[in-house]
Design a protein around this ligand. Structure first.
Ligand code: URP
Ligand code: ZN
Ligand code: ZN
Length: 481
């Protein structure tokens, strides 16, 4: 079974060139003009289209148990929707409950993810600390291909990591050659502000952004970055939503620290007015953390992407339907936090980024796949169009249009935060592991076809990144396991 994509322009993070791409046995077998391929190869006509690495969403939460409910997209429906949107890999999160052994949680998530239709990996959250956690981090890195650990600085009384946990975990990451990642919001401040707002009678979704102002995010981002600086470990800040945290990242990078920042498609195009909508269902559907921000923060995020201080785009895909959001009808702090987008990220980014001239096509590839692959050590297997790489590709039709709607999307959620937005530039074909899984609106996702992808620890990767110029200094991290 083989496929040849003919007549298109290959677009990678560093160049664009006319070529056919031949895929065989799940890998890219040849790239070149007028390729001679077996007669039985299936032909995809990409005339006038771009052939790019399949998207990698480095931040999703399929079927996450969270805030008293479970996210409604499971690993099959969520990854299938991702394929429809041109994404061929996700990195999801194992989130142990406090005191739950890391290995138990890891095996639980591996079990759930067995039905994935696309390849996947896991960041593992550190939600508590003792010697067993330290030990299990080593097992995960050495034996299970986990090279990133997540720390929630928010969600007090649930999964929040205090400073002691951050310090100890960052130190352990350093020893293991793993990268710490953080959800940067000061959970104590959020909790305090929530109590004050509720006491004042502000119980609706408009209280959500008021309880999580940009300073709350900026403080936490800066604190995490400074802890990482002292621990001499790189750090990745997830879902950067505001100027304050971007400034903390930029400052540290200018000082030579290895800091990476991710931003979400939603934060780039949706503003905070959604929380003041009179309809509870509409406003609650947008409740996610950090919240959507005002236009000046959106402009800063675009500049962060353009200037290279933000390297990746994600979705934080975490679906809750209206009946789940209703848990917070009388108290905004109880609205399950999360929004969807894995199906829409690529097209929204292309339309709002490439079509407006904010991003080049090559930058689009960098921020939708290549940089994530490099930072999380999946490159060049993922995030590249090169011989020997996984045949995970998207054929992109720059003239195709789609009006995004919950009525037509494949995500298992009754709302779409991009509802009504017409995007120009859509995936015509998605190829995953060398198989055509999305063809002009026909989704052929296969339950269980996705593979768990191991991600080796970092010393070798940091050397490679330094050579590629993504880092400021060569290998500061020594493998010490
Ligand atoms: O609101 C959000 N972001 N929900 C998912 C969990 C998280 O904080 O990433
Ligand atoms: Zn988060
Ligand atoms: Zn998240």
């Amino acid at each position: 079974m083989s496929i040849v994509i003919r007549g298109g322009t290959v677009v990678t993070a560093d160049r664009s060139f006319a070529a056919d791409v031949y895929c065989r046995d799940g890998q890219i077998a040849a790239i070149g003009e007028n390729l001679d391929v077996p007669a039985d190869a299936e032909v995809v006509d990409a005339t006038g289209q771009y052939i790019m690495p399949g998207g990698i969403d480095p931040h999703t939460h399929m079927q996450l148990p969270f805030m008293g409910t479970v996210a409604s997209d499971d690993f099959f429906t969520g990854t299938a929707a991702g394929l429809a949107g041109g994404n061929t890999s996700i990195i999801d999160f194992v989130i142990p409950s406090p005191k739950q052994p890391l290995m138990d949680a890891y095996h639980q998530w591996r079990d759930w993810a067995g039905k994935s239709a696309a390849d996947y990996g896991f960041h593992v959250a550190i939600t508590w600390w003792d010697e067993s956690v330290k030990e299990d981090m080593g097992t995960l890195v050495r034996e299970h291909g986990v090279n990133s650990f997540k720390h929630f600085m928010a969600y007090k009384n649930a999964i929040m990591a205090d400073d002691e946990t951050l310090v100890k975990s960052f130190r352990r990451c350093m020893e293991l050659g793993a990268i710490p990642t953080v959800h940067a919001e000061n959970g104590e401040l959020v909790f305090q502000l929530q109590q004050e707002l509720l006491a004042q009678g502000i119980t609706g979704p408009e209280g959500h952004p008021l309880s999580r102002p940009p300073a709350v995010e900026g403080e936490a981002a800066n604190r995490a970055i400074r802890i990482a600086q002292v621990m001499n470990v790189p750090i990745y800040i997830v879902h950067v939503s505001c100027k304050e945290s971007l400034e903390a990242i930029t400052r540290a990078r200018n000082e030579g620290q290895r800091v990476f920042g991710e931003c979400l498609a939603g934060h780039l195009v949706i503003d905070d007015s959604v929380y003041r909508h009179p309809d509870f269902e509409f406003a609650a559907a947008h409740v996610m953390s950090p919240p959507f921000r005002s236009g000046e923060h959106q402009a800063a995020l675009w500049q962060g992407l353009q200037g290279g201080n933000l390297q990746t785009t994600a979705t934080d895909h975490c679906c809750f339907c209206a009946d789940q959001k209703a848990a917070g009808k009388d108290d905004f702090s109880k609205i399950p936090n999360g929004t969807a987008g894995v199906e829409d990220r690529m097209a929204v980014l292309w339309d709002a980024g490439v079509n407006t001239g904010k991003l080049t096509m090559n930058e689009f590839v960098a921020v939708t796949s290549t940089n994530a692959a490099q930072i999380f050590n999946l490159y060049p297997r993922k995030g590249s169009v090169s011989v020997g790489a996984d045949a995970d590709l998207v054929v992109w039709d720059p003239e195709g249009t789609r009006t995004i709607s919950a009525k037509t999307h494949h995500q298992n959620i009754d709302f779409n935060i991009f509802e009504g937005r017409t995007v120009k530039g859509i995936p015509s074909h998605t190829i995953s592991q060398g198989k055509l899984v999305w063809k002009d609106g026909d989704l052929r996702a296969e339950k269980g076809a996705g593979r768990y992808v191991e991600r080796p620890a970092f010393s070798a990767m940091f050397d490679a990144l330094a050579r590629q110029g993504l880092h400021n200094t060569p290998s500061a991290v020594k493998r010490n396991r």
